[in-house]
Design a binder for this molecule. Sequence first.
Ligand SMILES: [Zn+2]
Length: 477
Amino acid sequence: MLVGCYLRVSTIDQAEEGYSIEQQKDKLKQYCSVKDWNVYKFYVDAGFSGSNINRPAMQELIEDVNNNKIGTILVYKLDRLSRSQKDTLYLIEDVFNKHKVSFVSLNENFDTSTAFGKASIGILATFAQLEREQIKERMQMGKMGRAKTGKAMNWWNPAFGYIYNRETYDIDQFKADIVKRIYKDYLSGTSINKIAENLNSEGHLGKDRQWSFRTVRMILANSDYTGNVKYHGKIYAGQHTPIIDQKAFETTQKELKIRQQEAYSKNNNPRPFQSKYILSGLLECKYCSCNLALVQYRPRKDGTHLSVYKCPSTMRKKMFTQRQLSNCISKTQERQMLEEYVIKEISKLQANTDKIELMSSSKVVDVDAYEIELEKIEKSLKKLVNIYVDTDSLTIDIFNEKKEALLSQKNAINKKIQSIKKKQPELSIKDAKKVLRGINGNITRASYDTKYKIVRKLIKKIIVGNEESTIKWAFEL
Ligand SMILES: [Zn+2]
């Protein structure tokens, strides 16, 4: 009689249950020789889970059964065939029995060619399923138990400001202070975007990548900072030290809702933009490198304001100085004239976007590819965690090993991105052109709001001299 031997390992089986493909093969061979059966073929699915039958060797086996090539199927253990009751019954009854192929599982001493074997099919399959569900339940109980005892729930990715240590989180003081600052700034009225901007302007503090709206918002909404842990939406008292007190956190959650609604109604009911001046914060004195300060004069008779930019070193009061008071030779600049000059320069670029290539000395290096790769790795990490939590197919050791591998890849790519970005201007040529082409009509005729935004996208800073000012473009190095 010709026997088809089916073997399967998912990665865990090899590590945990101690039967590798080779071990399974040896046992099946021995059994065949005792029974004097001839092996038609070894069907081997290595690295496939038993939760469905979409496995190459399994499909081949089914095809060979359908073509009447084998008389018996032999497996080492019932769950090698399948881990689901439904699939086990389908294979035995609808595939094997239909072609009068008997099925033998060594471990359970199970043989469908006998009457007892036939009766046992349903029972065994039920146990296989039951076992799996118990393991799953145990895993979930484990997670619930962790939450109830306040152990770290995000040990693979602790909240910014915490370090995972022995089942709980330790505080990373430097980062924790940034978290505190984020909450404080937010509650004192600073917008999320502004908070991110400020952190980035100080060299994306605490992070190896830029702060974004999303990363800041996530911090503002993470209840881990109050010393609690969260599992399935429920909050449990944690073992770690809070960074933010409960009251401030709750106020923040309310504020997040309020501002979200405000933003919503604003977007649906646009109000005229009223904010800072186009060049605020971008002007630097050519002679002493101070940031120029705005000085407003009383309204003129016609109602218009005269406002000027001045180097703080020329002022008597000490309040503006960043460096030592010096007698800077810089002269006062009228705000409106400076604004007109800058807008005119942008309009020149708008008329001839190809000029950007000449101005930007950098080579085009595509960071996008790395960013995409990074996203993929982050997705894999999430997936890995989900697999670990939701199924029983990974041991903690393998989980950790895979996690480490992914994290080190992530690190390597992050470093790569950083080093590319260091050699790249803030704004790529491509993006600069996009900004320019995105302007509706000539910028000189755009609204103050639009000008404000465009200037901030295209310009890093403006060095203001008495006779001449120089624009440092974001697409220049
Ligand atoms: Zn100066």
